[in-house]
Design a binder for this molecule. Structure first.
Ligand SMILES: Cc1cc2nc3c(=O)[nH]c(=O)nc-3n(C[C@H](O)[C@H](O)[C@H](O)COP(=O)(O)O)c2cc1C
Length: 193
């Protein structure tokens, strides 16, 4: 058994990619606003490694406002096919412009146009308004590249705590908790289920 939580994450994630019917990279992201009220929504994991777990979004969205008020967030993977969950907690930082540019460039053209057209989390009077904005963006960037909008980019969650939960018979589930030490290593222990 490994004592490296990133290696364990890689192993579980690889299995999830084989067994989940879709979106094995879907992860719930919990944030807290300036009043201390929590909110949670799904995002897609687009990168991970010892520096942290990366997702991309609109930096003027509700989640981004929350992160601006409180950088502490939580991520939750639940892979039903494996009966496993992974809980990750830590503070977020913005990924570099170069990294966001590289990921944005890898997206399909319509997704890139959608990032320009969507005023994410703001009220929308009618679906047609959004479609009209999308058409405007198609015209604006017709025949050319669609660059990353300045309000769109990535966030990286630097984990302080990672917990691996595995279903076991008779609800005697297994929980392995890794907590970051002051020296940057990891303490490992078990939790009662
Ligand atoms: C499976 C799934 C994956 C999603 N992935 C993303 C994502 O990577 N980035 C994103 O901004 N929204 C994503 N969404 C939409 C978000 O859940 C959410 O509706 C949106 O980001 C607005 O959230 P906010 O108003 O709390 O900021 C995804 C939704 C689902 C169901």
């Amino acid at each position: 058994m490994t004592d490296d939580p990133f290696a364990l994450f890689d192993a579980w994630y690889a299995e999830a990619r084989e067994t989940e019917i879709n979106d094995s990279n879907a992860v719930a992201l919990a944030t807290v606003d300036a009043q201390g009220c929590p909110a949670v929504r799904m995002v897609l994991l687009k990168g991970h490694g010892p520096e942290g777990f990366v997702f991309y979004t609109n930096r003027q969205s509700r989640k981004a406002d929350d992160i601006g008020a409180n950088a502490n967030v939580a991520l939750l993977f639940h892979w039903k096919s494996l009966r496993r969950q992974i809980r990750i907690e830590g503070a977020v930082t913005q990924v570099s412009d170069a990294e966001s540019d590289a990921y944005f460039a890898s997206r399909g053209r319509d997704s890139r146009l959608g990032a320009w057209a969507s005023d994410q989390s703001r009220p929308l009077d009618a679906r047609e308004t959004f479609e009209a904005r999308f058409a405007e963006m198609e015209a604006r960037f017709a025949g050319g590249d669609v660059p990353r909008p300045p309000h769109w980019g990535g966030y990286r969650v630097a984990p302080e705590r990672i917990e691996f939960w595995q279903d076991r018979a008779h609800r005697l589930h297994e929980r392995r908790l890794f907590t970051r030490t002051a020296g940057g290593g990891w303490n490992e222990g078990l939790l009662y289920p």
